[in-house]
Design a protein around this ligand. Structure first.
Ligand code: SF4
Length: 373
């Protein structure tokens, strides 16, 4: 059975070609400061909750020790990942050292003394439609009885009890990024409707929907109170919740992806995401990049004057990928196609970029689970 993680779903919906390079061709990925910082912060916070000395609820002796550990982990991660960093400068090394340190400090200040999470970095799987859905919960936390009404007043009955079908728990996802769906940060006088529209992606977010589904499947059909994104840079929680009605969006997305995988459809989706895509060079294939410069003198382009047509794009060479590493999904191997047979399959342009046509893998029973982020 095909396994889809939330990253896999998001990747396909963002750009099918990117999904192909990452999950099917297994082209090596890259990393950048934001991602590396997020990973190291996540790992360290998970270690906070290791069982240790009961006098130290956060495992580390004090905040200073935790910050020192952060520093050690950060510089080590930079060294270990230097070859796959998209770019690296001393200034950014320090900038993200300080961002991570701020996140650790904020978590310590806000969570020290609070009850420990019920679950930390917990992997969950459940079947949905034709696929196995996979997610890794950063944390699941119990909500004290007297705070349930704060999170979900709509779930409290006239006797002050939580409605049946719910557990007093929330799923918490840690974020080190800056986008926190809070329009008031930029526009203090924004109308309510504008603020709500700005938060539309938060309340439709597929990760929150997928994780609510996984929670329910692992808790005998009981729903959590909700899902919280914890923005560590600002020490801010953004709460949302899902109902089974939201599963329609998730199921439709999965059905769309499965159908397209069956049809081996991986078109490029060109957009802003290309500029930070790990696979931009393989996506360009054997052609040089082009670089255009802005033209403001129209006479140079359309008038009678002779001049240097500097606005014409020039080629910029880069190290070309020589070979796309392929790994077939599934247990059954497809016999390689003969060249003439290639004409019969729907070969989208991006897979012609290596001078010869690359055979697309045939999708079958397979498992591609390990890359959830
Ligand atoms: S460069 Fe753009 S089109 Fe190509 S794989 Fe990446 S996101 Fe998709």
């Amino acid at each position: 059975m095909l396994t889809l993680s939330k990253s896999g779903i998001e990747t396909y919906l963002r750009c099918p070609a990117q999904y192909y390079f990452r999950y099917i061709a297994h082209v090596s990925g890259k990393t950048d400061y934001a991602r590396l910082c997020g990973t190291v912060v996540h790992n360290l916070i998970a270690r906070f909750h290791k069982k240790g000395n009961p006098k130290n609820p956060f495992y580390y002796k004090n905040l200073d020790t935790a910050i020192k550990t952060w520093g050690y982990d950060w510089w080590k991660a930079l060294e270990e990942n230097s070859e796959i960093m998209l770019s690296r400068t001393k200034a950014q090394d320090w900038q993200f050292y300080n961002i991570g340190k701020g996140c650790i400090q904020k978590y310590w200040d806000q969570m020290f003394g609070k009850p420990a999470p019920l679950l930390i970095e917990k992997r969950r799987r459940a079947r949905i439609g034709q696929v196995e859905l996979l997610g890794i919960f950063d944390q699941v936390r119990e909500v004290p009885n007297d705070r349930i009404g704060h999170w979900r007043p709509d779930l409290i009955d006239s006797n002050g009890n939580l409605l049946p079908g719910y557990l007093p728990q929330i799923i918490m996802d840690l974020k080190t990024s800056t986008h926190d769906y809070d329009l008031r940060r930029f526009n203090a006088t924004a109308e309510l409707i504008k603020m709500a529209e700005y938060q539309f992606p938060l309340h439709e977010d597929l990760q929150a929907t997928a994780y609510t589904y996984l929670f329910q499947e692992h808790n005998n059909g009981m729903l959590p109170l909700g899902f919280v994104f914890y923005y560590l840079r600002y020490g801010k929680l953004m709460f949302t919740y899902r109902t089974p009605r939201d599963y329609i969006t998730l199921k439709n997305s999965i059905a769309h992806i499965v159908g397209n995988l069956d049809n081996q459809s991986f078109p490029k989706r060109i957009g802003k995401q290309c500029t930070w895509c790990d696979y931009i060079s393989v996506c360009r294939g054997d052609r040089d990049y082009l670089l255009a410069t802005p033209v403001t003198e129209m006479d140079l382009m359309f008038g009678a004057e002779n001049g240097n047509l500097s606005g014409i794009p020039t080629s910029v060479e880069f190290k070309k990928p020589t070979q796309l590493r392929m790994r077939m999904i599934g247990t059954r191997r497809k016999k390689p196609l003969k060249p003439e047979q290639n004409q019969q399959i729907d070969v989208t342009p991006h897979i012609r970029t290596f001078g010869s046509i690359i055979e697309l893998p045939f999708f079958m029973e397979g498992d591609d689970e390990k890359k959830d982020e």
